[in-house]
Design a protein around this ligand. Structure first.
Ligand code: BGC
Length: 385
């Protein structure tokens, strides 16, 4: 009975988009080069059904997204022999995403990606206390941030490439933040193997916003291997040193001559264990780089020599948090067996700077009624032989 009603819901969903085709027990939507499959993913402790949406491009690259947290649960990319393998970290059991997702694997992060000092900020003369979930600070929008929310998902019918539109409305006061915030995120998988992520948000009261995507990558396709052999280049001449609780001190420091210099590509592991106060504080790299240039531009490139996989990141944001997976602690099984050990994944989270609401010298993260928050990031995959 339960199964029948579930199928009916899926069929009704697909018919709305004018196409019903059954394939391997999954429903497939096609039209305007669109290729999106919808299937069941799991059920939360509260009994809510979670669905999985699979974007597929003409090369066979696949990106899987669930409507819980807007989480990317899988993303495949080709190696030098043309073999597509999953390159994003994730859990093997759906409940691990639903019950806290301690590492924020693959999730959409809001309302504020990264940390806000002492879990408070003042806006237009009023002080707001937000959820304190990381020592004295607030991290990634609070305990019940966007990574724990159900997003409404629909496909974008006339898009050139398979595109999902995710929408979530956050009520005034949620996690302590002012204003009712309506957020839309588009995930598009292009035929040149790029995942494009476009964010938009509007508010009915002055607030702060800093959205990001928290996928961890391991381009080897083997999640038991560390990422220290990946070669990274970041187009940034400066980074933001932090205090003991990973809040920027306010200093904008030149990377030149330090372990933080990625202006020329080098293995992530080359300097990661250097005797350096900042590396000690971050337990490795867990810092924001001040990106050179403005507008949508190439900001980072990662190359994994063994597989030949390359990932290039483009964004219009001023910063990127390069996090070398220092808090991965072997508590969960990986999708390729073994455990998610220390530094077996890295994140390149494009964003405004951490703690901007409390640091007047940083680019503003304020959003006022009538304004539109708009930003875009692209993760593009290729190979180098
Ligand atoms: C932060 C890390 C944090 C991690 C949580 C990253 O964005 O920079 O400090 O531990 O998210 O998974």
């Amino acid at each position: 009975m339960k199964k029948i009603s579930y199928n009916l819901i899926i069929i009704a969903f697909l018919c709305i988009f004018g196409c019903c085709k059954k394939e391997n027990n999954n429903q497939t939507q096609k039209g305007n080069m669109e290729n999106i499959q919808v299937s069941g993913y799991g059920v939360t402790a509260k009994g809510d059904t979670v669905k999985k949406y699979t974007l597929i491009n003409k090369n066979g690259m696949k990106v899987e997204v669930i409507n819980f947290g807007g989480i990317i649960t899988s993303l495949t990319a080709p190696d030098k022999n043309g073999k597509y393998e999953d390159v994003v970290l994730g859990f093997t059991k759906p409940e691990d995403y639903f019950n806290g997702n301690p590492y924020y694997f693959g999730a959409l992060i809001g309302r504020y990606g990264n940390r806000i000092a002492n879990a408070k900020f003042t806006l237009e003369g009023k002080t707001y206390d937000i959820d304190k979930n990381d020592g004295p600070n607030s991290l990634h929008g609070g305990k019940d941030g966007f990574h724990t929310k159900f997003w409404h998902i629909e496909s974008v019918k006339d898009a050139e490439f398979p595109t999902l539109k995710l929408t979530y409305t956050s009520e005034d006061g949620e996690e302590g933040y002012p204003g009712k915030l309506t957020t839309t995120v588009l995930y598009t998988l292009t035929d040149d193997n790029a995942l494009e992520i476009s964010y938009e948000a509007t508010t009915d009261k002055a607030t702060v916003v800093n959205l990001t995507q928290h996928s961890y990558f391991n381009l080897s396709g083997n999640f038991t291997k560390t990422i220290t052999d990946h070669e990274l280049q970041i187009n940034a001449d400066q980074f933001l040193p932090v205090n003991e609780t990973l809040i920027p001190t306010g200093e904008q420091k030149a990377v030149k001559g330090s372990p933080f210099d990625f202006t020329v590509s080098k293995p992530i592991g080359k300097d990661i264990n250097a005797a350096d106060d900042q590396l000690k504080k971050g337990k490795g790299y867990d810092h924001n780089w001040i990106l050179n240039g403005t507008g949508l531009r190439s900001i980072a490139k990662v190359y994994h020599p063994e597989s030949g996989r390359v990932m290039e990141v483009f964004t219009d944001e001023p910063g990127v948090q390069f996090y070398s997976g220092n808090f991965l602690d072997g508590k969960f099984e990986t999708k390729t067996g073994g455990k998610n050990e220390f530094r077996t994944g890295f994140c390149l989270e494009t964003q405004h700077f951490p703690d901007s609401p409390n640091q007047a010298s940083f680019p503003s993260t304020e959003l006022k009624p009538g304004q539109k928050y708009q930003t875009k990031t692209i993760y593009k995959f290729s190979v180098k032989k």
